[in-house]
Ligand binder design. Structure first.
Ligand SMILES: [Zn+2]
Ligand SMILES: [Zn+2]
Length: 328
């Protein structure tokens, strides 16, 4: 295992930049907010709020995809990035296809995800669209006030062995993405019976090939994994690229084990990107997040109890708020 440890100077440049304009903008944060964001410099030290990225094998994202890390300045100056506006301020979640037989459980699950995204992207509205059965309908529907639209499905999107599987695909330019949670269930690899039995010629718009596919049950692990994927992929819609600075939900992931290692929230550098795009007060975002994570253990009679990660997240959010709200 290798720890990626950036120097304090490198993290400072990534967070604040050397530009006078961006330093001025940074100085508009309150002293508490700055102290909190600069907690990132202490990554790896005992009691630190943020951790360093660890690389466990050559198949992890960073060794497999060498790319220029995106610091705050390159994000800020990226002309292609999208910012919510008064007329485009809604993130839509569109469920596609069947989510299994337990309809009430599915509805609660999707509503739970919606609420989770709502607190995570504090300041924009997150709404659900009525379920559609096929992808082509999804593609043609984009409400006028949409900042982006995220399609989610339990159908495995890559049913052929030769298709390198991914958990989702997002297009920043169109503000649309579609993600499958089928492989987020631990039983997927054990009991998956949905592979194509033989090569079939598909007619355009014929999705019957997906009939009878394995649909995972809604488990706490599925909730955790899908929460991370949703927020990661929506983060891309804002133009936030894969994080190479600190342990962060925006880290790229090549495999399930690597995505499981990601924390639920942003590092300070990615947080500043999101804050500039949406304009929330940092403490307010953590407060609503804390309420959501605190309520996670009472997530409704149909949903399973959430994993330890949400409890740890609750404690972490409390610590963040202590820094953000303490007198200097
Ligand atoms: Zn990604
Ligand atoms: Zn980050």
């Amino acid at each position: 295992m290798k720890v990626i440890q950036h120097s304090k100077e490198a993290l400072q440049r990534a967070l604040i930049s050397n530009s006078t304009e961006l330093t001025k903008l940074y100085n508009k944060y309150t002293e508490q907010e700055r102290r909190f964001l600069e907690e990132g410099y202490n990554a790896g030290q005992p009691g630190s709020l943020f951790q360093n990225i660890t690389v466990h094998s050559e198949s992890d994202w960073i060794p497999a995809h060498p790319e220029q890390p995106q610091d705050f300045e390159s994000f800020y100056r990226d002309l292609t990035r999208k910012t919510p506006s008064a007329n485009h301020n809604t993130i839509y979640i569109q469920t596609i296809g069947s989510f299994g037989e337990a309809r009430p459980q599915t509805d609660q699950y999707v509503e739970w995800l919606r609420e989770y995204c709502q607190v995570f992207f504090h300041g924009v509205t997150v709404k659900l669209l009525p379920t559609v059965t096929v992808f082509c309908v999804f593609i043609s529907r984009k409400p006028k006030d949409a900042f982006c639209i995220i399609g989610i499905t339990m159908i495995d999107l890559y049913p052929k062995d030769s298709w390198n599987f991914v958990f989702g695909q997002a297009s920043l330019s169109s503000g649309m993405g579609v993600f499958s949670f089928a492989r987020y269930d631990d039983n997927f690899y054990r009991s998956y019976a949905g592979r194509l039995k033989k090569q079939q010629k598909l007619k355009k718009d014929d999705y019957s090939v997906f009939d009878g596919y394995y649909i995972p049950t809604i488990s706490s692990t599925l909730l955790l994994r899908s929460s991370k994927t949703m927020t990661h992929e929506i983060g891309h819609m804002f133009g936030i690229r894969h994080c190479q600075w600190l342990s962060c939900v925006m880290q790229g992931s090549n495999h399930l084990e690597e995505s499981d290692r990601r924390p639920l929230d942003f590092c300070p550098i990615c947080l500043r990107k999101l804050q500039v795009a949406i304009g929330f007060k940092i403490a307010d975002r953590y407060k609503v997040n804390l309420i959501k994570c605190g309520a996670a253990c009472h997530s409704g009679p149909e949903l399973p109890k959430l994993t330890q990660d949400f409890y740890s997240s609750k404690l972490w959010l409390q610590k963040c708020l202590t820094v953000l709200q303490s007198d200097l």
